[in-house]
Design a protein around this ligand. Sequence first.
Ligand code: FAQ
Length: 311
Amino acid sequence: EDPARVAEFEARIARDEFIEPKDWMPEAYRRTLVRQMSQHAHSEIVGMLPEGNWITRAPSLRRKAVLLAKVQDEGGHGLYIYAAAETLGTSREQMVDALHSGKAKYSTIFNYPTLTWADIGAIGWLVDGAAIMNQVPLQRASYGPYARAMVRICKEESFHQRQGFEIMMGLAAGTAAQKRMAQDALNRWWWPSLMMFGPPDDNSPNSAQSMRWRIKRETNDELRQKFVDVTVPQAEAIGLTIPDPDLTWNEARGAYDFGAIDWDEFYAVVRGEGPTAKERLKARNDAWNEGAWVREAATAHAAKRARKAEA
Ligand code: FAQ
């Protein structure tokens, strides 16, 4: 690559300018963005499945309407991010193919089952809460289309987080059985939520370069710490207990110390060994295959209209 162009690119990054699709960029920058953005888009789409599992069983019409809207938003997020990633020269078909064949990664968090209604509360509260923590800094990511997609996504995620917390608040203030259900959901989702931020900084091969390119603005560990610090008081406010005996307020750091994360579990789930990994990939492949007739009909319709326009 031409050193003058690389220098100019780096100067633009240093000035905090957005890099736009038609601008020159190093190939490695492009590859990193396609990697992160496509994984992110896949996560949004696969992320519809665990909650989609409860739409038909939501406990009231109001809860059902809210959950439907929430899951639909996630689908929209996936589509914006695929569209933003396509501006880097990779087609949506290529990205989706990589997901369906099991080659592409998506967030570990979506490989756990949603066993009770409280899991829907826990996902909104913790998973969307973690997603916002990670995505707020991405609104200033150096690639313009990604940063702009994040602005709208963050607004929607913040509504998602509140709807989840509101479910948990209701259950925690309910009958003893409801409170137990809420606590059980928190127990099962807490540690996987901390894993969403990725491996610890000293084991995160992509972080240093992504921070230099200002794609990532804060490291995995910094964001994980912030998430713990805002979430612990929320659990206390509704009388639930974070399932971590080592959790203690560290006055000197002004932050919570927390227990060791099971990184073996994390890497096993990354490798595709998560509890619902097979089910998730099958659901996406089935949806794709069953939707073939819609794609064929849309293509035939577009061809007919093009012929008419020519005539
Ligand atoms: N799961 O070197 P790093 C949502 C991989 S939120 C799976 O630290 P990086 C909203 C990583 O890809 C969830 N794989 O990597 C929602 C890399 O592998 P590679 C989606 C993970 O990229 C809520 C390797 O480990 N959000 O969907 C995970 O610098 C509710 C080494 O890691 C995003 O994707 C993981 N948890 O940092 C939807 C946010 N962590 O690619 C529905 C955008 C790491 O070299 C319902 N992404 N890996 O083969 C990011 O901010 C970053 O990509 C990180 C990872 C922070 C996830």
